[in-house]
Design a protein around this ligand. Structure first.
Ligand code: SAH
Length: 246
């Protein structure tokens, strides 16, 4: 189950932080590390700071875009020190987040995403996540070093796993399978396309679009419900004049 919990580091600048993050992961039993476009990797400093977690570093996957790191995940939580204005569901308490991650990870991959040392995650990257989390640190100075943020949240995951691992999964079969981020992404693009083609919104990334996407994120539709919504969008789309006639 812990092997289904992925740590994603976006465009890490200092390779030492990658090593320290790998060590933080391994101490908590996590092994799946994905690096999005790191500045320098593989790197001696990363290996040095990984210490006994060289296997995590050696097994790390490097991808170009965040989408490629999380497409197969059913819950993706972006870690941010500061709250942005994005209306995504937000975990104020990491233990609640950890419980949900462990629950989903019984059957599907999930991820926690960490940003760059200098400016964290961009709004576009956060938009690819299903949730956000902030570690409730000192309000006067609450920005943790990247690998320490990985440590704190990995520890929460381990605690939740120890606490809930023995719990029966009876009834889990009846819980509808959540969609992957890739499926949610297809739905969001479809929704945006129909809203634009119908003239409901006139420009991409409009606030309305963001608010509706947040509404669907809060509703946490199942895979089945999402495909129902896509069917509905397709049928609406078939009644719209084709682009060439507008
Ligand atoms: N200067 C950046 C923060 C960089 S810290 C900014 O202002 O956004 C590097 C990463 O560590 C962040 O992107 C975030 O993923 C994580 N992090 C640091 N402090 C955190 C906190 N209090 N809660 C959640 N994540 C945190």
């Amino acid at each position: 189950m812990l092997s289904n919990i992925r740590i994603v580091l976006v465009q890490t600048y200092h390779p030492g932080n990658i090593g320290s993050a790998a060590r933080a992961m391994k101490t908590m039993g996590l092994t799946d590390l994905v690096l999005v476009n790191p500045r320098a990797f593989p790197d001696e400093e990363a290996s040095r700071l990984a210490a006994g977690a060289l296997d995590v570093i050696e097994g790390a996957r490097v991808v170009e875009r965040l989408e490629d790191a999380i497409g197969d995940c059913v819950r993706v939580v972006g870690a941010s020190a500061r709250l942005r204005s994005l209306p995504l569901p937000h975990y104020d308490e990491p233990d609640k987040l950890a419980k949900d991650l462990v629950e989903d990870a019984r059957s599907s991959p999930v991820a926690m995403v960490f940003g760059r040392e200098r400016y964290g995650l961009t709004n576009d990257e956060i938009r690819l996540c299903s949730h956000q989390v902030s570690i409730p640190a000192n309000p006067d100075y609450g920005i943790l070093n990247l690998s320490q943020a990985v440590q704190v949240l990995s520890y929460e995951v381990r605690r939740a796993w120890r606490k809930h691992a023995g719990e029966s999964t009876a009834g889990a079969g009846s819980i509808a399978t959540p969609p992957t981020r890739e499926q949610v992404g297809h739905f969001q693009s479809h929704l945006s396309r129909v809203m634009q083609r119908s003239g409901f919104i006139t420009q991409p990334h409009a606030k309305t679009e963001e608010q509706l996407q947040a509404l669907f994120a809060r509703a946490t539709p199942s895979r089945k419900e999402l495909s129902l919504l896509r069917g509905w969008l397709s049928s609406l789309e078939s009644h719209l004049p084709s682009d060439g006639n507008r």
